[in-house]
Design a protein around this ligand. Sequence first.
Ligand code: HDE
Length: 697
Amino acid sequence: MSNSFAEPQAEGGETHQFAGGDVAVLTTAHGIPVADDQNSLKQGARGPILLEDSHFREKMFHFDHERIPERVVHARGYGAHGYFELTESLSDVTRADVLQRVGERVHAFVRFSTVAGSKGSADLARDVRGFAVKLYTQEGNWDIVGNNIPVFFIQDAIKFPDLIHAAKPEPDRDFPQAQTAHDNFWDFISLTPESFHMVMWTMSDRAIPRSLRMMEGFGVHTFRLVNADGKSTFVKFHWKPKQGLQSVMWNEAVKINGADPDFHRRDLWDAINAGDFPEWELGVQLFDDAFADSFDFDVLDATKLIPEELVPVCIVGRLVLDRVVDNFFAETEQVAFMTQNVPPGIDFSNDPLLQGRNFSYLDTQIKRLGSTNFSHLPINAPKCPMAHFQQDGHMAMRNPKGRANYEPNSWGAAQGGPREDPARGFTSFAQDADGPKQRVRSESFADYYSQARQFFTSQTPIEQKHIGDAIVFELSKVERPDIRSRTVSHLLNIDAKLAQTVADGLGLPLPDPAQAARPTMMDLPPSDALSILKNGPDSFKGRKLGILMTDGADAAIFNALVKAVGKEGAVYEVVAPKIGGVTLSDGTAVAAKQKIDGGPSVLFDAVAVVASEEGAALLAIDAAAKDFVTDAFAHCKYIGLTAEAQALFEKAGIADDLDEACLPLATAKDAGAFIAACRALRHWPRELAVDLDAQPA
Ligand code: HDE
């Protein structure tokens, strides 16, 4: 039976009446067939609507209640289904069923998100990305509710409401939306020095990823793995993208947000539907108490990471996303992640941020989803056997069967319901705890700058430049000079050159360094794992070429480009003056995917201009076509161009500046070399030539 609903909301839920043939009869929510859905019931053709019109009332009532509160953070998100497969058994360190048998798969659902923006905000905001994974294991749901940045702004959950208030739109004016470039955010940050390590990450290109498929994920906190003997091993979780790391440039991000605010979700949707399934490796950093005791920082402090050089990341599994959702609301919006969802064999550390989260996530789901029965929703329901005595409440869809709804009872196996199982059930690691009851921050959390400095020194020069540019950009939107200055006073404790660059960029005298809580800061060795550019791909696979074309474009060159792109595992879109497309030199018609002003070059990883002489002359008078090439050039992209296209570059004013990353497409043979060159993704030396701030004083 065909069904007009994407997925039944619950067992025993909607059923639909069908007319003869394939078309379902429209019904009310109670199944009554509807004869007329165009007109409300009136007393006379021009008379008032009648209260008796129950179809109208039901339809409007339901519509009026469609919205649920958006998430207080991570409101804008996008999810997909897939699977997790174990590639290395962890049976020696954990009894978690999902980490025992190599080759076994469990269903996975992942929701990526931005943090600060509302549900309708644009995808390319400078922000942390949520990376929340739900694994439907045989021992219940395991939620790894992580981010694409391995550290957090604050050390204690009690500061979370303040952090988020400061980052969100300012309360009196309700702007700016989805950005941290405003006074309140930097006021809070500059008064909260523990945040500076994460600030370095959010001011780096990590906060403007090219694709959700091309970013890492981190569990952030130290967790525990516990084996069958009750032995605990500390663990940090990492997701490493097979697609390689990649980000966009800030100027590009700003323009993408206008051209396609759905850039990230569209990219994920398109890739999965095209069969190019994004994949991540699950990595674990395992360490014991001896390491924790000898480490320069506290493993319970979520503002610190453990460099991969100190504790290697061992790859133990793979996560593949191979199915988009059937319905956004039912799945992506209603999915409820909770840090406290861990199966037996996985446990928490005393990280005060994690401990606070374990309270918050249950609480927030009740507010958002409206009922204690949110676990009955298909996306949240475990896919393993489940039995308990919880019952009733709003929207209860699955009450326990049998006579007994309490325990202990003497109704026997058939009617008496489930029983606890000390052998298989979840047991907490028996950690000793003592000490006075007090509100206190451990001394061991006090070094706020050393790892921030390590992050900065681990970056390539171009990445360091981007960090400086980003801080200057953000602080230039801050109105109060004292907040700008206080921020720079912290940067002085991180890197003197960075502080000077930012002060110069703001036109600000260099302040005194901020007083550090622990003045003994360390010069830690750089870690290559912290740089995006050192962890990029060596292929153009999964990337997108934009081909700007006109009528009369060389058919052989176009066909060769299409072939080379396909061979690389990349995709392309034709951009043309009219959406109807172009007629190539051999008379073939090619449909366009984008009209020029709807398909600016920021939507592509590299561009080619394949135009006839007359076509190029026309493009040369079109502002959007000129922007197409000047932006591609300014964003350091690889550009392929036919000789005839030169006229456009001349009119755009960049013909004399074209460099070795602007490759000729003289014959079909050049297409392969051009696509091979695109593997480098960007030609960074060009950036210094197109940025006023990079010019010598
Ligand atoms: Fe969250 N966070 N968070 N968070 N978080 C939420 O839960 C919270 C933190 C993260 O796609 C909320 O269901 C507190 C760190 C992700 O549905 C809420 C603290 C990390 C998502 C909440 C943190 C995260 C959330 C809002 C400080 C990375 C989106 C809606 C102690 C390790 C999950 C919801 C999704 C969502 C609270 C800090 C990641 C309010 C109190 C650190 C990926 O419960």
